[in-house]
Design a binder for this molecule. Structure first.
Ligand SMILES: [Zn+2]
Length: 560
């Protein structure tokens, strides 16, 4: 009873999202996700789902919306019970604005996905506002293409920002804030070079620049805009012996000659990360932000800057990062490996960049489920591909169409097999039929299966024929599955010998390319679709090609 209510709620939500028509396929995955005990009884489950979905679809969208609204509060209550952001202690009705501030400098990876998803979820949970902010005030790091790549990747993840900001649009604000702190004697313009500054921080010794008057400093700040790179910086006057080294008179502005990707040569004096970040958060009212632990030390300085400037104070929480075993995550190492051909690109199937995961067939929903499941404790975690794949398989299993792919095909002649027309299921529970085969006595099976056949034993070509291996070849036995049961050794997948098959290549995560044949119905697979090749694994169609007049389908292997 409780399950039926749950299914009805899922069906209503799905229907409202898709113009009044719920899809049983997308509901079964969700049910199996929360009720794994039904995996053994999917046929029964599908019957229930189909029944409820057809009832719900008959209602029409207005009635669906109405019923969903009635159900709404109950769902809200459930959500609150497992609030993963409870540590913030946000009160009912409190205004929440969160942000995710990437530098447009590289391909976002699964770690970025975790940060953006958590901040987005936090805002949504409190009906708050979510800001995507490009932190692009270091012109030497910013690359134009990443503004688009990042937005596109984050949209693909399903994140919708209420506002898009560019830190570099706020240069006047940063300058104004800088002049304010200089005039108040809270910052000074320093002529020391990098080595001298480093030494003064290590030893806690102040330089001569530290004690100039604010009028002198203001004049020196104005001069900075025409001086060469590296000649001057602006530093906050805090404490050169502070326990937290980031508080030892940190640099807040420096001269950089590099042309900026958006603003060209308009500015030469750029704010440092902490100054920019604190102002963007405080000035635009970001109330809460979740980020990875490498920022923990900076938090004290950032709150100090916000207090000093009299802008709002952001509450931040830093969580421990997770690493994936065997995945190259260093940007420099990846660049080198791309240059020497060890990786095919930033979307190499061994990587966890979002472009790579998408190309392999990972689903945005699975990425979300996985990163949330890694938790937000302070401890660093090490995870494996298997931990991640679990979440993706759950979705794909429920949704992907099934097809036959014969790797390294070998001909199999079954003497006496009858001519038949067979229709196999696209999906075992909710897309019956859809794959027609005309079969006779010659088939293709994989070399691996062919090599494993033993004389005297019975085998079954899935949903087609039973045959025996004899000393002099293969002999038809029967077609009934009941006859196979109890006598048979193994059920194998197959293709009829036909000139309407597709040549297939599958790119594996280790970049080995497997070749073989796929059934005629594979013509319906669209680029970007993920299918399950039975007894082989999930694959995403990457490209359709023509080679020597024959169609060829190029897949990327997702996982088993
Ligand atoms: Zn100095």
């Amino acid at each position: 009873m409780a399950l039926e209510n749950e299914i009805r709620l899922l069906a209503l939500k799905n229907a409202v999202e898709y113009k009044g028509k719920a899809n049983p396929g997308s509901i079964v995955g969700k049910v199996l996700g929360t009720h794994p005990e039904w995996r053994a009884k999917t046929a029964e489950l599908m019957k229930t789902i189909n029944k409820i979905v057809s009832e719900v679809n008959k209602l029409g969208i207005d009635a669906q919306k109405k019923e969903l609204e009635k159900e709404g509060p109950q769902e809200h209550k459930e959500k609150k019970e497992r609030d993963i952001f409870a540590f913030f202690g946000i009160k009912e009705g409190e205004k929440v604005t969160s942000a995710f501030p990437p530098g447009p400098e590289k391909y976002p990876h699964i770690g970025h996905a975790k940060s953006i998803i958590l901040n987005y979820m936090l805002a949504k949970q409190h009906n708050g506002k979510f800001i995507l902010r490009f932190e692009d005030t270091n012109p030497t790091l910013v690359k134009k293409i990443f503004y688009d790549i990042m937005q596109e990747n984050f949209k693909w993840l399903g994140v919708e920002w209420d506002e898009l900001q560019y830190a570099s649009d706020n240069m006047d604000l940063f300058y104004k804030m800088c002049e304010k702190v200089i005039s108040e004697g809270k910052a000074y313009v320093c002529d020391c070079n990098e080595d001298q500054t480093k030494l003064s921080r290590e030893k806690g010794i102040e330089c001569a620049c530290r004690n100039m008057s604010s009028e002198e400093n203001m004049a020196r700040w104005k001069e900075m805009h025409t001086m060469p790179e590296g000649s001057r910086t602006v530093r906050l006057k805090i404490d050169l012996q502070h326990q937290n080294t980031t508080m030892r008179d940190p640099t807040i502005f420096r001269i950089l000659e590099q042309e900026h990707a958006r603003l060209g040569k308009k500015y030469r004096v750029w704010p440092n990360y902490d100054f920019q970040n604190s102002i963007m958060d405080g000035y635009y009212g970001v109330t809460h932000r979740i980020r990875s632990k490498e920022f923990e030390l900076r938090s004290e300085l950032q709150r100090y800057i916000q207090k000093m400037l009299g802008i709002s104070i952001t509450t931040t929480y830093e969580f421990g990062r997770f690493n994936m075993v065997g995945v190259e995550s260093s940007g420099r190492a990846i660049r080198e490996k791309i240059a020497n051909g060890e990786l095919v690109g930033w979307d190499d199937p061994s990587l966890t960049t979002l472009v790579a995961l998408r190309r392999r067939g990972f689903q945005p929903e699975a990425i979300k489920n996985f990163v949330v499941s890694t938790g937000i404790s302070k401890a660093e975690a090490t995870l494996t591909w298997d931990d991640f794949i679990l979440h993706n398989r759950r979705l794909l299993d429920a949704e992907s169409d099934r097809y036959f792919f014969i790797k390294d095909p070998v001909e199999l002649w079954v003497k006496g097999a009858p001519k038949q027309t067979k229709e196999l299921n696209l999906h075992p529970t909710h897309r019956k039929g859809g794959r027609k085969f005309d079969t006779y006595d010659t088939f293709y099976i994989t070399k691996e299966d062919s090599d494993s056949l033993e004389t005297g034993k019975m085998y079954r070509l899935m949903d087609c024929v039973n045959f025996r291996k004899q000393a002099d070849g293969f002999e038809f036995d029967s077609t009934e599955v009941d006859r196979y049961k109890g006598h048979g050794e193994k059920i194998i997948h197959w293709l009829p010998k036909s000139d309407r098959l597709f040549d297939v290549e599958v790119m594996m995560p280790d970049k080995k390319v497997l070749t073989g044949l796929a059934e005629e119905t594979a013509k319906n697979i669209k680029v970007g679709d993920v299918v399950q090749f039975e007894r082989f694994g999930f694959c995403r169609l990457d490209e359709k090609k023509k080679e020597e007049g024959r169609d060829k389908l190029i897949f990327w292997y997702t996982h088993k």
